[in-house]
Design a protein around this ligand. Sequence first.
Ligand SMILES: Nc1ncnc2c1ncn2[C@@H]1O[C@H](COP(=O)(O)OP(=O)(O)OP(=O)(O)O)[C@@H](O)[C@H]1O
Length: 600
Amino acid sequence: MITDVVTKENWKRFIREGSLADENISYELVDSWERCKQEGVDPFDGISKSILQPDELQRRVEQNELLISLVETQRNQLHYFLKGWQYVTTLTDKEGYILQNRGEQSVEAKAYDILFIQGSNWGEKEVGTNAIGLAQLYKKPFTVKGYGHFAVASQMWNCAAAPIVDHHNQLIGILNISSPYKPINFNYVLASVKMIADSISLAWRKTMYEDMEQLQKLSCSKNAIICSNDDVICKLPRHLENKYGYMIGEPLDNTISELSLHPVRKPLLINGRSIGYEVYVQEEIKENPVYFAGVTGKSDVFQKVLQDIQKVAATDAAVHIYGETGTGKELVAEAIHRNSERAHQPFVSINCGAIPEQLLESELFGYEPGAFTGAHKNGRKGKLEAANKGTLFLDEIGDMPSSMQVSLLRVLQQKQVTRIGGYKPIPIDVRIISATNVDIRQLVANETMRADLFYRIYGFPIYVPALRQRKEDIPYFIDYYCKENHWYPSWINKLTATFKHGKWTGNIRELFNALDRCRILFPEQTPEEEELYRIISIWDNTEQIRVENNEKEAQSFRNQLEIDKIKQALKKHHNHVPSAAADLNMSRSTLYRKIKKYQL
Ligand SMILES: Nc1ncnc2c1ncn2[C@@H]1O[C@H](COP(=O)(O)OP(=O)(O)OP(=O)(O)O)[C@@H](O)[C@H]1O
């Protein structure tokens, strides 16, 4: 690395004979000279011909704004180290273009003579062996003095350069000190420049981590991923995380295919500096934006339910779901929970109508040891406590006894529950979703439901349509059922048509029950139509309708036959009605009546 030993004679001999036989000269320098020769660098020149146009220079300066500002913060320190020296400080980008050149006026003027100025490229290929070129190539500090430079332009200088690296240890720039040539030891300058370059690398690393922290605090737009400028994912919305998995800290391109990403990247600025960007995932999650653990189908009525789920899940409002039995109210409740911020907390459900009145209270509020005969000796948590931080689904809330409605209301108002037999209130944070099979407002009207509780739980009502209101979804349910049960009957089309076109009045639960019966009775063979209708027509009058339909069909078939026969006879007898009537074996007046009836 010490290049003092390179003399004018060494240089001349190398230019003349191509050999540099001196064991004190570092191999990097020898290799560099060899390369310069091979690349045809002119040893008698060495002035850069590659100088950036003003707009390109401006672009690079802007791109390296942070690097330049970090060098500025170290300038005083450098000045302190190099007090008494004549020098210019140079910062280049990673390609060796000079971004900044600062020094005493007289030294800067000398530098100007060889176009060692802002915008010039000072790489090895451009100007021959020099400290900047070597630091760039080997990513380590170098000194090149006087005749150590391959081309004459730089031989009037002593230079020391050190690389600046980013948090991935990738080169981002080179810091260089150049001083007019003197035959002196330059190691002190090299040590100083290395120390400052290292401090800048460290400050860069620190800034990057701070930027990442800032990025993680930003809120994401829908379908947008927040990345650092070096394409590391810092933040993404939860629905994308559900879809792609946990991706924070992963490189963007490895995780989501280029195809899914919108080409436009929106820069994220803090104090005017771009610290990262937001990129949009192109696939519109329109198809099924909401997590729903069941069949969604395509009907407009159920799409509206999904939209409601999505809207209300983003809030903490109390939701009331109503719809006929077996329409999937519990799945809707669960979907609200899963799409909400509480998704990773418990979803607890209790059917107020299915539990005997005496038990319901202890199920809901829990009890302390010895609270009543038969109580568990350690006491028990109630559902309200179990759902803490999550969601409690109160199914068939209309069946809750009035006395308990009062206790529940108190819990909801005070946000704390006291176990039966206990005295210590336990704070709870629970989102309430309730459901009824009937219009709960009717229950308030007939005083089965307390109005004050009603107002607490009726924050956002969602109506779940009956299956007959979403008939177009039936094939999706059948498909779902078959897949769930690994049952793929060859007569699936017949099955689907029967359900779709018959007068099916049942809901999803009944549909699955009917399919169970079909699967048990006809695992393989195709049932006769009558058999199929019988199986599924427990609750409807499809059979009646089918008989009527068949009769109508048979009638129209008979009519068509008669029309054809009359037409043929009229044609045969050139529209002579009496002859045609005789041929058809009917009276003239009957034929006239039929001609009129069929408008022939
Ligand atoms: N969209 C769906 N996809 C698949 N299965 C469904 C769907 N909706 C409901 N089910 C199934 O239908 C049955 C009835 O659903 P659920 O219990 O949610 O209905 P409900 O409206 O709450 O009924 P009830 O009023 O009787 O409590 C369950 O077995 C449920 O898994």
